[in-house]
Write a protein that binds this ligand. Structure first.
Ligand SMILES: Nc1nc2c(c(=O)[nH]1)N[C@H]1C(S)=C(S)[C@@H](COP(=O)(O)O)O[C@H]1N2
Ligand SMILES: [Mo]
Length: 511
């Protein structure tokens, strides 16, 4: 039966194999970058200090809330090991997005061709005999023997099981646990995310998948060279044909130089990114925005219909990113805190026509109140679930009347300053802009309560933005001003927010 399909490797298969190798390397390397930005893993969705099941850092976490930010937990990885390295999670996330889009595309074409050509029968077992046969080969390998070439047509039972698992189980598992970490997916499919153990469950499972993939690659590459090497290298490079010494030598040289070239390419991507981070952000985020447009932007959050997260899910601990304004950042905010926010103003403005109104915290509380339970995810990797209450952004902006002509975004600014600016300029107020669809979502609010109590200082008192379909970097704390704008290019460094400017995050915070 196998002879009818043959044991040659057609050109498309060899090309896709190479492409897959390049992309897997990019995925793993950018994955390491993301992990290094918060080198801890949890099964608990509140990421309470000391409850990690695995950590790659010696730092001890303070048990107290609001003294240690996730930015302080970042570890710098050498650009040879991660993409791009040196605490660049923004670019790491974009590269992960670029490579995953190409990897999924490559995978889909591969699976389609596999079925179209009938070659699937070489990989997917069609008889239960595969299990005892695979067990026999395994016993042989363990006793350091090698099954005869006649067992491979072109794969033996152990390979069939291994490849079927990697292609049809592990790869989809990585896609599922990967997208489950996106706030936009959680807002639209909360049940699905909860089933995976929430954001932290998905993150930990995704990591375990990474370990399995890496283990597979190591064993797979080792076996290519240890078991019938001459036969393998000829098939990998030429697709098949005679196993002659000269051809084996040629194939080996081609493989080794390809591996060297790909490794150089991987590392070159890191240095290319680090050489001009803004350029790398434009290129990569421009590319991934195509994917966001197709898969994420149209997903509207469930809003009120989302009763999936309940009081039972509320976190004991809430991580923080960004510490409250200091005296040097905002004496105004500090003084008002002493007076229980008396005299503090929140400005609601139309920056296109220069019209504004000032609200006190008391005025804010008189507007319609909206509350819900949702999970916060920082793109660095931690999460926390809380009940938030405040004023929907649509209700808040309505106090200025109808949306002014030309308004395309809403921009919120903080009493606190950015930790650092892109080019080390003097620090400016932390800010973030969101588009109209996002601001109109039910769970886009200016929050003044968490779990039924006024906000804690470190969580943004007296009022902070909540945009549940987006990552934490859009949720401006200690809001001073919120305004209609025409184009975010005219504010800050022009990338739509402080984390976009300084950490090269994408304007679109939905994944
Ligand atoms: N003013 C201000 N707002 C901010 C930040 C900041 O540094 N300053 N950090 C953002 C990021 S990256 C995250 S993840 C959340 C963290 O919110 P939390 O500290 O309330 O948990 O706040 C966001 N809002
Ligand atoms: Mo964040």
């Amino acid at each position: 039966m196998m002879d009818a399909i043959g044991s040659d490797f057609p050109l498309w298969l060899r090309a896709q194999h190479l492409l897959n190798f390049i992309l897997m390397g990019m995925l793993i390397r950018s994955g390491v970058e993301m992990l290094s930005s918060l080198p801890r893993l949890w099964w608990r969705n509140d990421c309470a200090p000391g409850t990690e099941w695995l950590k790659f850092t010696k730092r001890e976490l303070p048990k107290e809330e609001g003294v240690y930010t996730s930015l302080m937990d970042e570890k710098s990885v050498h650009p040879a090991l991660s993409l791009p390295g040196r605490e660049n999670i923004g670019l790491g996330r974009h590269w992960h997005g670029v490579s995953v889009m190409l990897w999924v595309l490559n995978g889909l074409i591969y699976v389609i061709l596999l079925f179209a050509t009938g070659l699937w029968r070489r990989i997917i077992p069609t008889s239960w005999d595969v299990f005892p046969e695979a067990f026999e080969s395994l016993k042989m390998y363990l006793s350091l023997q090698v099954p005869d070439l006649s067992h491979f047509s072109p794969y033996d039972s152990l390979q069939m099981l291994g490849y079927t698992f990697v292609i049809f189980i592990l790869a989809p598992f990585m896609m599922i646990t990967g997208v489950a970490m996106a706030p936009a997916i959680r807002a639209r499919f909360p049940r699905f995310v909860k089933m995976l153990g929430g954001h932290q469950g998905a993150r930990s499972l995704h990591f375990i998948g990474l370990v399995m993939f890496t283990g597979f690659i190591i064993v797979h590459v080792a076996l290519v060279f240890l078991v019938h090497r001459e036969h393998n290298v000829i098939h990998m490079v030429f697709g098949g044909g005679e196993v002659a010494t000269a051809r084996v030598a040629q194939a080996t040289v081609i493989i080794v130089s390809t591996i060297v070239a790909v490794t150089v390419f991987w590392i070159a991507l890191s240095y290319w990114s680090l050489a001009d981070r803004a350029r790398a952000q434009r290129f990569t985020a421009g590319f991934t925005e195509i994917g966001r447009k197709i898969f994420l932007n149209k997903l509207r959050p469930l809003g009120k219909k989302n009763a999936v997260y309940t009081a039972e899910d509320i976190s004991e601990f809430h991580w923080t990113n960004g510490l409250p304004p200091t005296d040097e950042e905002s004496p105004e905010w500090l003084a008002a805190r002493e007076r229980n926010w008396d005299g503090l103003t929140i400005t609601v403005r139309d920056d296109i026509n220069g019209v504004e109104k000032q609200l006190s915290v008391e005025d804010l509380k008189k507007l319609p109140k909206h509350s819900y339970i949702a999970t916060h995810t920082c793109m660095q990797g931690w999460s926390a679930t809380s009940e938030w209450a405040g004023v929907r952004l649509t209700d808040l902006m309505a106090i200025l009347g109808p949306r002014p002509e030309g308004a395309r975004y809403l921009l919120a600014e903080s009493y606190g300053l950015a930790q650092k600016m892109y080019d080390n300029r003097p620090r400016e107020p932390f800010y973030a802009a969101i588009d109209l669809e996002t601001m109109e979502e039910e769970e886009s609010i200016l929050a003044y309560e968490r779990n039924g109590k006024p906000l804690d200082d470190h969580l943004g008192a007296p009022a902070r933005l909540r945009v549940e379909s987006n990552h934490g970097y859009k949720h401006v704390k200690w809001v001073s001003r919120i305004m209609w704008i025409h184009d975010y290019a005219e504010y800050g460094d022009g990338r739509g927010g402080t984390r976009e400017d300084s950490a090269l995050q994408a304007f679109n915070g939905r994944i």
